[in-house]
Design a protein around this ligand. Structure first.
Ligand code: ADP
Length: 267
């Protein structure tokens, strides 16, 4: 899955990426879903080990256009994983209290502690995406944020956080279909938000803002992955694979007991 990782310094052009790509899994949808079930079990064991070892902190950042499947990815990729070891932090329109602070204030307080996986459903990247596209802050302020974010993430990494950032890349056509489904299917009506249509009107501006953000903030210590997300099953497989590869790479060990277990007799 390393093909989806952006190495630092890459000039990103999203038109070079295919949202419908499934190149790393040739078995198709049904087999792909089966494979995900196996990966769920693998992730479950790795998360338990992470928690037991209590050494590493894992931060997963999810970004994407509306309907790109951030919620679905969290639900499916982490299915069966002990909920006590995984936290989800969602970042919506900032409150008055949040706006009265710097933009990283609400972010920093939600980062994972040792032994924990925290998933950001949207993140500080909104402060160079929606904020840029909708002109919610002056351009020079937004401009400075790429370097600030890179340094913030460097500090987290140097202090022991493993950071993985995923851009769930859907096509404009796929978004149309997903929005239409929210209109057509009564059980999905609640998800329809007219505001999504307004944001859709800014599609090209969002693509440009994403290209800039991905280009300027993909680093060795906090790499971005551009995940083909038109096919939900494949999106889930890419995420699960990268997480599993990364957790395995940490070479974690169960800690020895602090008690001399050989002396213990259970009556
Ligand atoms: P989602 O669309 O992810 O399911 P919500 O319906 O809560 O979740 O929407 C979150 C909204 O908050 C998005 O439209 C997003 O652009 C907006 N948002 C997030 N962070 C900021 C920010 N820093 N400034 C302005 N808007 C933001």
């Amino acid at each position: 899955m390393q093909r989806y990782k952006l190495s630092s310094g890459t000039q990103v052009k999203l038109s070079d990426h295919d949202p419908r790509d499934t190149a790393e899994f040739l078995g198709g949808k049904t087999a792909g879903k089966g494979r995900l079930k196996e990966m769920n079990r693998e992730l479950e064991s790795l998360q338990e080990l992470l928690y037991a070892e209590g050494k590493h902190k894992i931060l997963v950042v999810l970004q994407g256009m509306d309907t790109s499947g951030k919620d679905g990815a969290i639900r499916h990729v982490f299915e069966g994983v002990n909920p006590q070891g995984v936290k989800v932090a969602g970042f919506g329109v900032p409150s008055k209290e949040e706006l009265d602070h710097d933009y990283l204030w609400r972010i920093h307080r939600r980062v994972p502690k040792r032994g924990e996986i925290t998933i950001f459903n949207r993140s500080h990247y909104e402060d160079v995406l929606v904020v840029k596209v909708r002109g919610l802050a002056p351009p020079d302020r937004v401009e400075r944020r790429y370097a600030q974010i890179t340094e913030f993430e460097r500090m987290l990494a140097e202090e022991g956080t493993t950071i993985l950032k995923f851009f769930l890349y859907i096509s404009k056509e796929e978004q149309k279909q997903r929005l239409q489904e929210r209109l057509d299917r009564p059980e999905k009506n609640w998800k329809f938000n007219p505001g999504d249509l307004v944001e859709r009107g800014f599609w090209d501006d969002y693509i440009a803002a994403y290209e800039t953000a991905l280009t300027r903030t993909s680093t060795e210590h906090a790499p971005w992955y551009v995940v083909p997300a038109d096919r939900k099953w494949y999106r889930n497989l890419v995420l699960a694979s990268v997480l599993i590869e990364t957790l395995k790479g940490l070479e974690m060990q169960y800690p020895p007991s602090e008690t001399d277990l050989s002396k213990i007799v259970i009556e």
